[in-house]
Ligand binder design. Sequence first.
Ligand SMILES: *Cc1c(COP(=O)(O)O)cnc(C)c1O
Length: 375
Amino acid sequence: MMQVHFNQPYMAGEEFQNIINGALSGQISGNGIFTKKCHEFFEHRYGIRKALLTTSCSDALEMAALLADIKSGDEVIVPSFTFVSTANAFVLRGAKIVFADVQEDTPIMDVDTLEPLITKKTRAIVVVHYAGMACDMDRIMALAEKHGLIVVEDAAHAVEATYKGQPLGTIGHFGSFSFHETKNVISGEGGMISVNDDRFVKRSEIIWEKGTNRVAFKRGQVDKYQWVDVGSSYLPSDIIAAVLFAQLTRIDTIQKMRLEVWKRYDQKLKPLQEEGKLQLPVIPEYASNNGHMFYIVTNSPEERDKLLFHLNINGVMAVIHYLPLHSSSYYEDKHDGRPLPNTDRFASCIIRLPFYNVLSEVQQDFVVEKLKAFF
Ligand SMILES: *Cc1c(COP(=O)(O)O)cnc(C)c1O
């Protein structure tokens, strides 16, 4: 029987050659030639003030929490419908997470619900551009400015996506990207922080290099390097950067492939939406589509579970996510008890369909056929 996997890592071409060239260059530790190439790529393409590769998006978020100087007792507003790292990075600094709900039509933060959540202790808002769909950044930035808050964009899904034409991850004070193998451009594990505010640039390089001024030393700006601040080892091996750079040189091709897969699902599933069987993604007018993932929303949690089972036993490796963070076993007794109905609905009704660069039309037809058979 045919099996359609959920994900399949795609090698763009020069990954292995780059690794060899990196090794021959004499340095495979962090901040080597490929790391610099990746930084330049993103700084040039997106206009990022300072891009720093990290070993994961989780690390980039932890760096953002350190740079924002989050301390014990500070409050940070985070959507509940997200991956655990979005909140965990701030919990590690002692923050209290105030969970926000998502919109009714699209699982991105509902800006209308944010202002009442802001107190004297609020220090930051973390937005998640779910499926690469932008949150309403003008309104979020205005709110942050009014209350003196830091904005972190979790752009793990959002490489190549824009808000009113502006690249995501470049609008807030910080952005975090992921190059995990399930994302658009990949290096196995991997990530990046974008530092978009001059005030934080110098410190970002120090925190990145274990709290030392080694980056300045390597540039010849100081004659020895030493411990000057807190930090950790956030920089990846140049081998990771070598793989990532091979992906970046093919990013337009990768995006074209992914958008084709996305559009084919959208077209082939439109009839099921018209019959009221399921809902397809609704992309806000101000947002672009970066072909990160394709999800469907069922009419009830019971139907979602039955459909998922039906797909899985018929060879379609669809998956679900996210279990809401506000009712997770780690956070439920720390949450303030507010119900987050849209979060609960998406969490219990979303199915993510198999999605990867080289998913063929034959495989997609198979997925669609299994969906139709269920309904
Ligand atoms: C994948 C993901 C992360 C974590 O990325 P890693 O690179 O695996 O640390 C964080 N936030 C969101 C929304 C994600 O999807």
